[in-house]
Design a protein around this ligand. Sequence first.
Ligand SMILES: [Zn+2]
Length: 267
Amino acid sequence: MYIGTAGVPIGCKNCSSLDALKFLKDANLNALELEFVRGVKMGEENAKRIKNRAEDLDIRISSHAPYYINLASDDPQKLQRSLEHIKKSLYITNLAGGHITAIHMGYYQNLGKEETYRRMKNALESLVEFIEQHNIKTKMGPETAGKLSQFGRLQEILRLAEEVPYTEPVFDIAHLHATREYDFTKKDEYYRFFNDAPMDHYHFHFSEINYGEKGERNHLNVGETLEPNYKYFLEVLKELGIKATIVLETPDLEESAKKLLEYWKTL
Ligand SMILES: [Zn+2]
């Protein structure tokens, strides 16, 4: 089981991503998601250093692509820029030894679900050539979205992963709860989820979440509301013998990660 943080831990003051690896290791955490959410600013040399150190420390690397992405955009320039963000993310993440890049795919707008899906699929397919040219091992990771206006219900994400090469799902448990696709205050709902989405290895985002009729409002720390319930989550992971990476996207990052780790050790 890999448990870690979305970005540099808060307690790691003035740390680079490279420094963060040692900090995580000292806290017995073993995953880091590189946050490229405001643009990919990491250089190639730095990425290679992260790969080496992460391998030495046995820390699993992933990344999060920039937020400025809408792969269903009508505007060809916007679509092109979105694709460039993803290419850059994949390229640098691959150099950093990362397994997957989480992608917020964009919005339904007024297109209808099928047309949105078609555009999303075409967009990811258009990146296959780039991935093969550069021999990129990092997977494209379309993420289950938290707002109902955003593309990314579970079945859509699973279908993309099925139909597009080099694509694997990113499962944000809090988002699936906020859209009411699952009610993760109930343990049974985790069994239903794993039944609906069978995988060899899962890449999870986890947090608690504040939500309303339109879905996600904001992420909360673990232990604030138990929505979703982290104990049930870990219990079911354990019972089913599931292999997973869990990246904490809470305001307090490593504090929540440590809560998961502590409970995991008791199971
Ligand atoms: Zn995300």
